[in-house]
Write a protein that binds this ligand. Sequence first.
Ligand code: GLN
Length: 381
Amino acid sequence: LNPVLQTFRDSPFTQMTLRALELGAVNLGQGFPDHAPPAFVQEALQQSFTGPQQYVPVAGLLSLREELARDAKKRLGLNLDAATEVTITAGATEAVQSALQGILQPGDEVVILEPTYDMYAPQVKLAGGVPVFVPLKFEGSYVLDAEGLKSALSEKTRVIILNTPHNPTGKVFTKAELQAIAALAIQHDLYVISDEVYDRLTYGAAHTCIHTLEGMQDRTITVGSAGKTFAVTGWRVGWAFASAALSKAIRGVHQWVSFCAPSPLQQATMLALKTAQTFDYSASVQQDYVQKRDFLSSALQEAGFPISRPEGGYFVVADVSHMGMTEQQACDWMLKVVGVASIPMGVFYDQGVSPFAGLRFAFCKGQETLEQAAERLYAGC
Ligand code: GLN
């Protein structure tokens, strides 16, 4: 078997969900909404039989690509040709994988900023590349270490992977930080794969799409997802925005991986996007999620855990370093004694160790779930 597989582990998110179920813990571990998607999204799914039930072209349903291009222009200021620069994949996961395999040659290096969602490094290795990790600096909040990034670049570097809003920290990269990354990408002739699946989920901070910065149009792949946009992570509809040449490479891989994402769900995503454009959907999601963020953040603080309030995304990280336990022990105690499932921050580091003991909690949950978690935190901590 492929020896790279020996460096992989079972998904810590799935494992935690199973343990939470087994122990009856409130599951704030794996990041998926446990509340129903918005009514108009449910309706779009019901209407999906009006669309194709057979294969669609490798690039994806054209009407969905057109809606995405319209939305990207309006929301992100990104100009895209739906025919040649938008590709629909089976989730954002496949978009990143197809982009990496479309770009990398054996031994090429890919820079990943740590802490990091744990998907990118295995994907880089599957594509024959070598992940190179650059830590974000922690100064009360996480900031880009532009010097550190610069010194990590070598002759072999081909790609920088970016994730904003960021999982697990909730950081939203500032325009200045993105300009610094863009300047290095241009100077060293690199591609940037920018995972922006949480792009609508910002709480005051402005999301900038690096793709729109000068000189980045032909070297950025922007990745998004219906799962995160509409609270339907099981739909497995994602997309990649890239120049025609890069899109051709992505499609070249995608056709041999999944050929196309499920066509009825592409149709449902297209219908949902159409409706989302008739009102300020992003504002309504933000309003909802900012309450969830604040509710859980306050509960954690009142239970005695310092947090840094996330500017975006689904997650809040609590500092448990004062507890006199290892991070793993704290996670187990939280799960078994308090009855709340979380993810230890070590999961988001290549070496498995976070600079401070922290637990990541997902707040993309129904109010009842969050209240139950808060009660347990008050009672147990
Ligand atoms: N992105 C989700 C998280 O960080 C997990 C996704 C998955 O389990 N595949 O919790």
